[in-house]
Design a protein around this ligand. Sequence first.
Ligand code: UDP
Length: 356
Amino acid sequence: MRVVTVIGNRPQFVKAAAVSPLLRASHEEIMVHTGQHHDDELSQVFVDQLGAPQPEHQLHIHGGSNTDQSALMLGALGPLLDELDPDAVLVYGDTNSTLAGGIAAAQKRIPLVHVEAGLRSFDRAMPEELNRVLIDHAADLLLPPTEASADQLRKESVAGAIEVVGDVMIDVAHRTRPAAEQAGEALLAELTLARGEFAVSTLHRAGNVDTKAQLSAALDVLASIGLPVVLPLHPRTAARLEQFDLRARAEEELILLRPLGYLEFSGLIINSAAVLTDSGGVQKEAYVAGVRCITLRDTTEWTETVDVGWNTLVALDATAAQAAMAADLPAARPELYGDGHAAERVVSAVERLVGG
Ligand code: UDP
């Protein structure tokens, strides 16, 4: 069978690193990179470190509004899918690349597979939420990571088949743990930080960084927790710090780095006392590493991490963040995101869908 996978941003390279090698072991996969994240630090590094395949096609589409970006992607994907004539199109998660890949496939009646289906923050102000809902209703095969996300899909009466596979990002976290530990030790030495005596942060959601007031409030939270905070800067956040004249303040209060490779970043998480993030994937990665997570949003699609007591939603409230830092961690940490073999289930489900 021939599968076209459409990816475009950082976490999708991580997810592809779990699925693509397995898919390519017995089938043909053609990877299309829309260009949504075009910096090497947000894309090529995952090819080099994690064995995500080098995309066969690059569309070089980035910037602009969500509408413009999605429209350009759709326009480019239409003829490309005609040319490639795949048996299925596979998309991950909730980005503009997911939306464009999914809609282009659905309009051509090419079977569409959505990995990481059924996640909801129930916050339609997030562009990602709209993408999730639309793609879940366009997909022929929905592969949610958890029973709760599968239940959500059933509640919404999606048309496609549903199969819980576990979380492909967590496959990568399991597989790379020893290498991440090594990378983490080296980075800690370089930064002269001691294990358990610092926090790690990621910050890039539009709602947190696109106005000066929000970005200042986010910096207030990070500066208030009583530990050094390492913040590898997403390019969007780096640009906003400059634009709002907040870079000098951030440099004074935080340890600012460039975006890190996956192994270095995971190595930091493993060794940290806490993770403060507005990222989706990082909430799960903190959980799997057994590290307290404080989420700088008022909703999350990864609700089970909150339910079991390892993740606290504080939005941009410094007092709430301090309280979360001081709270006891639960004794138990149940396996929420599968056994590290989600990618194998993805490949067999796609084989069953297209009959080969
Ligand atoms: N990540 C990374 N380097 C960094 C920050 C994050 O490799 O400096 C990884 C992280 O481990 C996770 C993914 O990037 O696997 C999350 O991406 P991001 O936060 O951009 O996306 P989201 O999950 O919010 O959609």
